[in-house]
Ligand binder design. Structure first.
Ligand SMILES: Cc1cc2nc3c(=O)[nH]c(=O)nc-3n(C[C@H](O)[C@H](O)[C@H](O)COP(=O)(O)O)c2cc1C
Length: 354
């Protein structure tokens, strides 16, 4: 089952294995570097059905760090195009590249993970962040500027512009980052959104900005162009988004033509109570799958091919994404194919390995 094809919008993907989006924090002024070239090329011939390129900022202030990739100016676009062309040149048929479009909102302007992951100090060239409400991610972090209606309109336009660029660059799929405590998630959550206007309050209002972003993107793409969202299945907080609100949101996404959701969790508060362990988010995907007809992708500490296959067989999810498993073994799919007795296309140069 893991190796059965699946159609996302108009795109037929060879299998249900996805390289999860992973920030490399290695760009300069939003522009990809040689690090990205080797990273994406080696993942290109991983034989995963879908390879997601990292969270890519739709505007400069939407980057998490100084070293995040952007899609907001010509230099970014040229480098994205060059890297995708190179990666695609070694990618098997029916393996595709998606881009994750993102805005970090109040979680922007931070250090890279290996520099401490904290909010940037003035001397580190910090920048002013934005968010639904002037509530920092944690006490010591920047207080975001509450977005005015003009900011909301600007960000919508940036998502549209980024989507049009992504199609021109040659991406096969677009994913909107609606999870991990970034801007879209910040609007959805009652923890970070205390607005008194039509974008805050009850869940209908908190969903408004995320749904408007989705509709804006969807509206500028050809009908069958695959577009989905990474969402939060729960915030693991008593006063946050829970599985029921996540389901309400997913149902609304489905109504407006969302092809798939990837169900992740947490990230909007500094110390959520996450029962971390193998497959800890699969039940969240299952809940959305039971309540919608959309394609549902699961993620989170899935490493074993038999387990991944069982997730599909049990109909907990339709696709399985993995991040760290691909960092430690970019040939995960080749090994899984052996375990599950399946023939896959690998580069002939490396075929003797089989
Ligand atoms: C180095 C690294 C960078 C990540 N960057 C992103 C990102 O850009 N966008 C995103 O949605 N998730 C990101 N994540 C989260 C992963 O996509 C994934 O959801 C998470 O690592 C859990 O999957 P795993 O247990 O297979 O690693 C990142 C994870 C890692 C390890």
């Amino acid at each position: 089952m893991l190796f059965s094809p699946i159609k996302i919008g108009g795109l037929e993907v060879s299998n249900r294995i996805v390289v999860s989006p992973m920030c490399q924090y290695s760009a300069i002024n939003g522009v990809m570097t040689d690090w990205h070239t080797q990273h994406l090329m080696q993942l290109g011939y991983s034989s995963a059905g879908l390879i997601m390129v990292e969270a890519t900022a739709v505007e400069k202030i939407g980057r998490i760090t100084h070293n995040c990739v952007g899609i907001y100016d010509d230099k970014c676009v040229i480098s994205l195009k060059r890297n995708i062309q190179l990666a695609k040149s070694v990618t098997p048929k029916k393996s595709f590249f998606g881009i994750q479009l993102a805005h970090a909102g109040r979680k922007a302007s931070t250090q890279r993970p290996w520099e401490g992951r904290s909010t940037l100090r003035k001397e580190e060239n910090s920048w002013k962040t934005i968010g639904p409400s002037p509530i920092p991610f944690q006490e010591t972090w920047h207080v975001p500027q509450e977005m005015k209606l003009l900011d909301i309109e600007r960000v919508k336009k940036q998502f549209i512009s980024a989507s049009l660029k992504a199609v021109k660059i040659g991406f096969d799929l677009i994913e909107i980052h609606g999870a991990h405590g970034y801007l879209i998630h910040q609007f959805l959550s009652p923890i970070s959104n205390k607005r008194k206007d039509k974008y805050g309050g009850n869940v209908e209002n908190r969903m408004r900005f995320p749904l408007e972003i989705f509709s804006s993107v969807k509206g500028c793409l050809p009908k069958d162009f695959p577009v989905g969202m990474r969402i939060t299945g729960t915030e693991w907080e008593n006063n946050g988004i829970d599985e029921n609100e996540a389901t309400i949101f997913a149902k609304e996404l489905e109504k407006i033509g969302c092809h798939y959701v990837c169900v992740s969790s947490g990230g909007n508060t500094p110390n959520p109570k996450i029962p971390i362990g193998p497959h800890y988010q699969v039940h969240l995907a299952n809940k959305i799958k039971k309540n919608t007809k959309m394609i549902v992708r699961t993620v989170g500490m899935i490493t074993d091919p038999i387990d991944a296959n069982n997730i599909i067989i049990n109909q907990d999810a339709d696709m399985v994404a993995m991040a760290r498993a691909f960092l430690s073994n970019p040939r995960w799919v080749w090994d899984a194919a052996k375990v599950l007795n399946h023939d896959i296309e690998v580069p002939p140069q490396y075929a003797r390995r089989n």
